[in-house]
Design a protein around this ligand. Structure first.
Ligand SMILES: Nc1ncnc2c1ncn2[C@@H]1O[C@H](COP(=O)(O)OP(=O)(O)O)[C@@H](O)[C@H]1O
Ligand SMILES: [Mg+2]
Length: 161
């Protein structure tokens, strides 16, 4: 697990760039945290880092937005307004072989979702945010190891005691 303090928006965006730079193919990311914790800020910066230049729409009502990226497509889901997990079936996500899945409110999609390679827990912490990166499985572990080797990570402060 990696824990860091994110003093401002720019720190959230830098974290997104670092995660994008080292992401494994087909990565599944669960973005967790209350409203306002910075999940969408992170997702938008991540998509930008992958070269998405047009509007990054909020998937709040559509549940999913899809973007072409190098090697395939990136999916951004926000399940805050989902009625029940059965609604996910109608989206036909099972057939999609995406390069990246960024999923806000994954707990509302429950068992219908692929298990995460990486869980990102964001929380409001004073004027900034705190983040915990929790890997799951080999892909997630290798990802965080690569992140720890990236000198840019050291520009993000350690969490306050
Ligand atoms: N590290 C940070 N420090 C301070 N404010 C932040 C940080 N990251 C994001 N924000 C701000 O928090 C607000 C809510 O962010 P948002 O990404 O919409 O949250 P969520 O999707 O979790 O509801 C935005 O105004 C955003 O600019
Ligand atoms: Mg959001």
């Amino acid at each position: 697990m990696i824990r860091r303090h994110l003093p401002d928006d720019a720190a959230t965006r830098l974290l997104a760039e670092l995660l994008a730079a080292h992401q494994p193919r087909g990565a599944v990311v669960h973005l967790q945290g209350d409203l306002g914790a910075g999940k969408s800020t992170l997702a938008r910066a991540w998509l930008r880092a992958l070269g998405v230049t047009g509007t990054v729409r909020s998937p709040t009502y559509t549940l999913v937005e899809r973007y072409p990226v190098e090697g395939g497509e990136a999916l951004h889901l926000d399940l805050y307004r989902i009625g029940d997990a059965g609604e996910l079936d109608f989206l036909g996500l099972d057939d999609i072989d995406a390069e990246l899945w960024l999923i806000e409110w994954p707990e509302r999609g429950a068992a219908a979702l692929a298990p995460a390679d990486l869980e990102i827990h964001l929380a409001i912490d004073g004027a900034g945010r705190s983040v915990e990166l929790v890997p799951d499985g080999q892909g997630g572990n290798a990802w965080l190891a690569a992140l720890l080797d990236d000198p840019r990570l050291s520009t993000l402060p350690e969490p306050k005691p």
